[in-house]
Ligand binder design. Structure first.
Ligand SMILES: NC(=O)C1=CN([C@@H]2O[C@H](COP(=O)(O)OP(=O)(O)OC[C@H]3O[C@@H](n4cnc5c(N)ncnc54)[C@H](OP(=O)(O)O)[C@@H]3O)[C@@H](O)[C@H]2O)C=CC1
Ligand SMILES: CC(=O)[C@@H](O)[C@H](O)COP(=O)(O)O
Ligand SMILES: [Mn+2]
Length: 381
């Protein structure tokens, strides 16, 4: 029996995690979860899964839920997220919250000795050095949920890190992969949210279109698999059937394939090193797919990918400023306050004005995160 605390239960990854828990009640139990503002869905989750602890974003909503559910511990805000992350009944934290707000709960859960299934890539981008060091020190497992990192993790089973020569992250190219840069000037939010292969939350779908998603994933891979940036490559693969690959020194390349369905990597993180059947997922039918395509990822077309490699190589607080500026810029785009190409412009400017600190201290990271957000807000005003 695995007891789970789930941050971001009302989101795309959160709901798919609940689907896995729902189908295997003899194996999984949800003991706590967090939601943001989607209280109607939070209520449905409480009614179905009967957790012991729930955290929501706002105090007023928490107070209303306390009256409705007097037997459940209901919390709110950053403290609530941390309390859910260290829930004493849970052995595993699934971090599916959006953004760097997931960092401090993750660190608390590591300190408390929880196994961490991590979907929340912004946490690893912002403070990968702190998170991976803390996990190593506490002897805690960080299990990847992101499809590319799960693919690499699966290819690495039974292999030794020292034999890896290169990681190859596959990228769909996102909603605008058939457009050139000039054609990006007037794209709408609605067009941006139309991902060709995956159904995901709004922020990551925008990131996929700007290619920042792949940039964040390059930094995520650097921390999870302990490889330098010149051994991490990105290749365009429009079908999203190969989820990523690992090249070894003998030039052998291992790939993990499957239909684009996040429930597969989520479940693998929850059952590793075992595998359980996934009856609702159709078998991969390569004969009907016919062809798989590959293309070089052009850094001029996908400038955000270049910026992310730069941020990763500079290191220190540079990935944190890039991530915070990107989170704010994407939110502004979704709110029609920035155009699609301005997301890139504002992220680049935030990086240019930032003096990166080499410090590995959490305080420096938190300050940098705030600086990135303030920079975008002042750009908007
Ligand atoms: N979706 C996918 O297929 C994949 C996602 N990921 C990563 O997983 C994470 C989640 O993505 P996704 O599920 O798409 O995102 P969604 O936007 O669908 O869900 C985000 C979740 O986080 C909650 N949330 C948002 N902001 C806050 C906040 N400030 N405080 C507390 N809770 C908050 C939301 O609550 P509410 O909705 O109630 O307001 C929701 O539960 C991201 O880091 C993403 O990059 C990685 C690989 C694939
Ligand atoms: C499902 C998943 O892991 C996403 O991060 C996905 O990778 C997005 O696809 P692209 O960024 O390749 O468009
Ligand atoms: Mn991914």
């Amino acid at each position: 029996m695995k007891t789970i605390s789930l941050l971001g239960a009302t989101g795309s990854i959160g709901l798919q995690t609940l689907d896995i828990i729902r189908k295997k009640p003899e194996i999984f139990r949800l003991s706590s979860f967090s939601a943001g503002k989607n209280i109607d869905v939070a209520r449905q989750i409480i009614n179905e899964f009967k957790p012991d602890l729930v955290s929501v974003l706002e105090k007023d909503e928490a107070n209303r839920l306390k009256i409705e559910y007097p037997h459940i511990r209901i919390l709110h805000g950053a403290e609530g997220l941390e309390a859910a992350a260290v829930d004493e009944k849970a052995d595993t934290l699934v971090n599916a919250v959006l953004g760097s707000v997931g960092l401090q709960p993750t660190l608390k859960a590591i300190e408390a000795g929880k196994t961490i299934a991590i979907a929340n890539k912004e946490t690893l981008v912002t403070a990968g050095h702190i998170v991976t060091e803390a996990a190593k020190k506490a002897g805690v497992k960080l299990l990847p949920v992101d499809s590319e990192h799960s693919a690499i993790f699966q290819c690495m089973q039974g292999e030794h890190e020292k034999n890896v020569s290169r990681l190859l992250l596959t990228a769909s190219g996102g909603s605008f992969r058939n457009k050139n840069r000039e054609e990006l000037a007037n794209v709408t939010v609605e067009e941006t949210l139309n991902h060709p292969n995956w159904s995901m939350g709004a922020k990551i779908t925008v990131d996929s279109a700007t290619m920042m998603n792949k940039g964040l994933e390059v930094i995520e891979a650097h921390w999870l698999f302990n490889l330098p940036y010149d051994q991490i490559d990105v290749i365009l693969h429009r079908e999203s059937i190969i989820h990523s690959m690992v090249e070894f020194h003998d030039r052998s390349v291992m790939a993990q394939l499957g239909s684009p369905d996040m429930r597969v990597p989520i479940q693998y993180a929850l059952t590793w090193p075992d595998r359980f059947p996934m009856p609702d997922t159709a078998p991969l039918d390569l004969a009907s797919i016919g062809k798989l395509h590959f293309e070089k990822a052009d850094f001029n077309r996908y400038r955000m990918l270049h910026l992310a490699y730069e941020a990763g190589k500079i290191g220190g607080t540079m990935p944190a400023i890039m991530n915070a500026a990107n989170e704010e810029a994407v939110a502004a785009f979704l709110d029609s306050k920035l155009t699609f190409l301005q997301i890139e412009e504002v992220v680049e400017r935030a990086m240019e004005q930032h003096n990166p600190v080499e410090s590995l201290e959490l305080g420096a990271i938190i300050e940098t995160d705030a600086e990135g957000r303030a920079f975008v807000r002042s750009f908007l005003s």
